[in-house]
Design a protein around this ligand. Structure first.
Ligand code: NAI
Length: 435
């Protein structure tokens, strides 16, 4: 895992702002009010000033009322119980005014609303972390914050670091498991050491945060955008619409056709990676691995057959027995195509991939097939004759939905420096050194 966005420049990437210490009164804002947000708020409030913000319905008021004057009880996976209390639980975005760090622990489809509402209040240098980021979080952040984005720090996590669940809504929760390591990328990269050190300090010793070279790697690594829409399309794309008597197995049920779809999408993502590496020589995309390699990294030692992608998926110990999302209909069960496997992973995953592929001129026949089916199922207008021109693009992470249609615009939004500019600045530095 290297640590640069583009080719090596040979300079010390630290800046004066990345070395400026935080104030001793450190303030954290947590966005959301579900399992993850309540757990993060409770964990971080043990040591720091924490404000919880939710824009979802009347969730903030309900959470504040549920907690009353009591403290939140968080049971860690070690069995240790922590007691803490956010300074406030509110729906007022102005609370972000004093934030040193904002952590969004909500499903990715809600990130845009948080960025937009918080933007007017954030002070320069605020670190904004998304857990999980899914794909294109960095360009969405740039697009929502506009000129203000250049003075902020965006951190994209590949996943939520904990498996967690509340046991009494708004009052008690359990961390069921903590990942040993978790990947996170920082934009701009010059702020990475400071941002990741601060977040590591909030979380404790585990998970050990591993710096990923750039947010594009996190975006293209996103396994959910391949697995969920891929398996759904492979299974239900040609369904005869006859209700099933039983809910089918999701992972253990992966057959040849589903595997073909998954491998197809994963290979197309690799073609995008290869083209990006060509466009920006030296760009480190080492974390944008194939889906098979992702399984080998994420579940090493937990699969009894690793010969193929399908066998990995079928034999992961923790996935045994997990079923397809289904709804009850007359005569049995039908697939739930309004479940997050399509409604989240298509807009904030596959749409990013297809949009970027179009910009850089990479053909994605399998992604197109999956998107063509998915857009009908989720009621979005995205692809027309294989092109991302539908009227619902702005509801997705497709760069086109944020007005990005050229390679230069994409690299600028993602803060990936084109090699030409790097050469120029290198020549300028060289000239300065010589004179
Ligand atoms: P959750 O389902 O408990 O979170 C729901 C929260 O999201 C709501 O409480 C609300 O704050 C917000 N929300 C929901 N619908 C919204 C809408 N239409 N508009 C605006 N806000 C809305 O989810 P949870 O468990 O907190 O997970 C958060 C993220 O972390 C998800 O993306 C999930 O897939 C991921 N994750 C969660 C894990 C866990 O153990 N809980 C494990 C791994 C990943």
């Amino acid at each position: 895992m290297a640590s640069n966005n583009g080719p090596p420049t040979g300079t010390d990437k630290s800046t004066s702002s990345s070395r400026k210490p935080f104030d001793s009164k450190f303030t954290v804002v947590i966005g959301g009010g579900g399992n993850a947000a309540q757990v993060a708020a409770a964990l971080f409030a043990v040591r720091y000033d924490v404000y919880a913000v939710s824009f979802y319905e009347n969730e903030a008021a309900r959470w504040k009322a549920a907690l009353g004057s009591d403290e939140f009880e968080l049971t860690l996976d070690t069995g240790v119980k922590l007691h803490s209390k956010p300074k406030d639980i509110t729906s007022d975005p102005a609370v972000t005014r004093n934030a040193d760090i904002i952590v969004l622990a909500v499903p990715s489809f809600a990130h845009g609303e948080y960025f937009e509402k918080m933007a007017p209040f954030m002070k320069p240098g605020t670190i904004v972390a998304t857990m999980p980021a899914r794909s294109g979080g960095d360009i969405l952040f740039a697009s929502k914050l506009k000129t203000k984005a250049s003075s902020m720090v965006f951190v994209g996590f590949e996943t939520l670091p904990w498996a967690c669940k509340f046991t009494e809504w708004g009052r008690k929760a359990h961390i069921l498991g903590t990942k040993g390591t978790v990947l996170a990328a920082v934009t701009p990269q010059s702020a990475a050491r400071k941002a990741l050190a601060a977040i590591q300090g909030l979380m404790g010793v585990v998970p050990w945060i591993q710096e990923s070279p750039n947010n594009l790697g996190i975006s293209l690594r996103n396994p959910g955008m391949v697995i969920h829409p891929g398996v759904m399309y492979g299974k239900w794309g040609n369904w005869d619409r006859k209700p099933l008597k039983e809910k089918p197995l999701f992972y253990q049920g992966v057959d040849k056709r589903q595997e073909e779809v998954l491998v197809g999408i994963s290979n197309e993502v690799q073609a995008i990676r290869a083209k990006m590496e060509k466009l920006v020589p030296g760009l480190d995309m080492s974390d944008a691995v194939t889906l098979k390699d992702w399984y080998m990294e994420a579940y090493a030692g937990q699969m009894s057959d690793t010969s193929t992608l399908g066998s990995c998926m079928k034999t992961v110990a923790g996935y045994q027995g997990l079923k397809h999302p289904m709804v009850e209909v007359h005569g049995g069960y039908a697939p739930d195509t309004k479940y997050r496997y399509l409604t989240e992973d298509v807009p904030t995953g596959l749409c990013f991939v297809k949009g970027l592929a179009e910009i850089i001129g990479v053909k994605t026949p399998m992604v197109d097939e999956v998107l063509t089916w998915s857009q009908k199922e989720i009621g979005y207008d995205l692809l027309h004759n294989g092109r991302m021109v539908g009227k619902d693009l702005s509801k997705t992470r497709a760069p086109q939905g944020m007005g990005i249609t050229t390679v230069a615009q994409f690299l600028s939004a993602a803060k990936i420096e084109p090699v030409k500019k790097k050469k120029e600045s290198f020549m300028k530095r060289l000239a300065a050194l010589c004179c």
